[in-house]
Design a protein around this ligand. Structure first.
Ligand SMILES: Cc1cc2nc3c(=O)[nH]c(=O)nc-3n(C[C@H](O)[C@H](O)[C@H](O)COP(=O)(O)OP(=O)(O)OC[C@H]3O[C@@H](n4cnc5c(N)ncnc54)[C@H](O)[C@@H]3O)c2cc1C
Length: 452
């Protein structure tokens, strides 16, 4: 990629400024392109700020600094508070701006719908989705927080099975413990409960979990413990090794239960809702079996489980954006290896969580079969080990960035008059949202003093 002396150059837009977006912007800029990064929020930290529970203090702080470093670049134009699909339409950006390419790195923020028809009528009346819940958990202590507020009830039902659902049960168990302790006049620290576990902290107050009389929350999973996607199992490991790694998943779960005292039930799938006085007060579950990797409902018997609150944590998918071809939950690709969604005079690529649908441990941390278990235990706070959780996502983005830069390199440059036109549009939008081009100054202004 290059720039001619006349000022012709490649002009790229990146949508979403977080781990993947900032890394790809950095690489494209390094290759000589001018990059415009559109971000819906004032701050560019994405899942790191809003999805990774705030007890990952160091990881979050480190990655904020990394993202800042990547975006603070004279060839990168940051455009905050600008949402694709709302403030700018995808079609307008693709057909009307004259860009060389667009890279979608807007993540996976839509919760997969709870699998019972009509359930969404009860959102915030008994049903809560994981993404807004963790967003609230990460921000509710800030003075300026004005989003939805959640009251957490003991005995909540959690439907899930992956790492994010364990985050949810940890939030529930830790917060309900803090509330019960506060009722006894004891002020405790969330971080200590997460690091040391519930019983050891209670013991320091001469208390036991049973004294608090808190009904634990319960996690329901549709497959078997050994199928839980807590740790990745590489496709090429020998069958015996794969079996051992599946068993290790059970051990990860047991460790998490011992530390955070939640209950667990495998082989159950929601089949109905329990509704009273226009609130969802429970879930009907059917039993399942797993045959050849497929989940089947067994028999007609249904079990009613009551809970004032049900949290759905069954995965996050990319938000649909009008104009981007999609089949079911995922976008459709012209070339999925390259992440190429659409060809044409402005090509469209996707990378990061929007492409993979998840944060990818396995893509990054060299191969080796134990690594998945180690990372999962470190992520869940079970081993005391510090691992760079975002390394995987960053590395995957780096690979995507290089591939995209090489593909763009083969295209003609944008003429200088067009470059000027695009930059005028960018400046107009920046002005509209109050961004003066000083990235560091902006971050200082839009960061709440009490952001954790
Ligand atoms: C439970 C959990 C487990 C994780 N596990 C791992 C792991 O194992 N390994 C790992 O490497 N990482 C993990 N992570 C970290 C993380 O999710 C990702 O790896 C990484 O942060 C994803 O980066 P991203 O840039 O693709 O997406 P995001 O961080 O989601 O960033 C997307 C950005 O796009 C913005 N955006 C969204 N829509 C629009 C729009 N329409 N217009 C403009 N901007 C928009 C968002 O505001 C956001 O800033 C985990 C995170 C969680 C919550």
């Amino acid at each position: 990629m290059s720039e001619t002396t006349s000022g012709a150059r490649h002009m790229m837009a990146v949508i979403g400024a977080a781990t993947a977006g900032s890394e790809i912007a950095r690489i494209l800029a390094q290759h000589g392109a001018t990059v415009i990064v559109f971000e819906q929020n004032p701050r560019p930290y994405g899942k790191i700020e809003d999805g990774l529970p705030r007890w990952h203090t160091k990881q979050r702080r480190d990655e904020y600094a990394e993202i800042d470093k990547r975006l603070d670049n004279p060839n990168i134009h940051y455009v905050p508070n600008t949402r694709l699909g709302k403030d700018i339409s995808f079609e307008e950006l693709r057909r009307g701006w004259g860009l060389s390419g667009i890279v979608l790195t807007h993540g996976a923020w839509r919760d997969r719908p709870f699998p019972v028809e009509g359930a969404d009528e009860f959102i915030d009346r008994g049903l809560v989705y994981q993404n807004p819940l963790i967003y609230w958990f990460n921000h509710y202590r800030e003075k300026s927080y004005n989003g939805p507020r959640y009251e957490l009830y003991p005995g909540a039902i959690v439907v899930g099975g992956g790492l994010a659902s364990i985050d949810v049960v940890k939030v529930l168990q830790i917060e309900t413990t803090l509330t019960a302790l506060a009722a006894q006049g004891i002020s405790e620290d969330m971080i200590r409960l997460e690091r040391e576990g519930i019983e050891p902290v209670l013991a320091q107050h001469n208390l036991k979990w049973a004294n608090l009389k808190i009904q634990p929350c319960k996690l329901f999973y549709r497959r078997r413990v050994l199928d839980m996607p807590l740790s990745d199992i590489p496709a090429d490991v020998p069958p015996k090794r794969a079996d051992a790694l599946r068993l290790a998943r059970g051990k990860i779960l047991q460790k998490a239960q011992r530390k955070y005292l939640f209950e667990f039930q495998e082989l159950r799938v929601p089949t109905g809702l329990v509704v009273e006085h226009e609130r969802m007060v429970g879930v009907q579950f059917g039993r399942t079996e797993v045959v050849d990797g497929q989940v089947h409902l067994v028999g007609d018997e249904r079990e009613t489980v009551r809970g004032k609150m049900t949290i759905s944590s069954i995965g996050s998918i990319p938000e649909p954006i009008p104009g981007i071809p999609q089949k079911g939950e995922v976008y459709t690709y012209v070339d999925s290896r390259l992440g190429l969604l659409m060809d044409g005079s402005t090509s469209v690529f996707a990378a990061g969580n929007v492409l993979t649908g998840k944060g990818n441990i396995k893509d990054s941390l060299e191969s080796g079969t134990e690594i998945g278990v180690r990372v999962a235990e470190a992520y869940l706070g079970l081993s005391g080990e510090e691992v760079d959780l975002v390394k995987g996502a960053r590395h995957a983005a780096e690979l995507s960035g290089e591939k995209i830069a090489n593909a763009i390199d083969r295209r003609g440059l944008v003429a200088p008059e067009m470059v000027e036109k695009i930059l005028t549009r960018v400046r107009a939008r920046q002005l509209e949202v109050g961004y003066d081009g000083d990235f560091r100054g902006w971050i200082r202004r839009v960061t709440p003093p009490d952001l954790e």
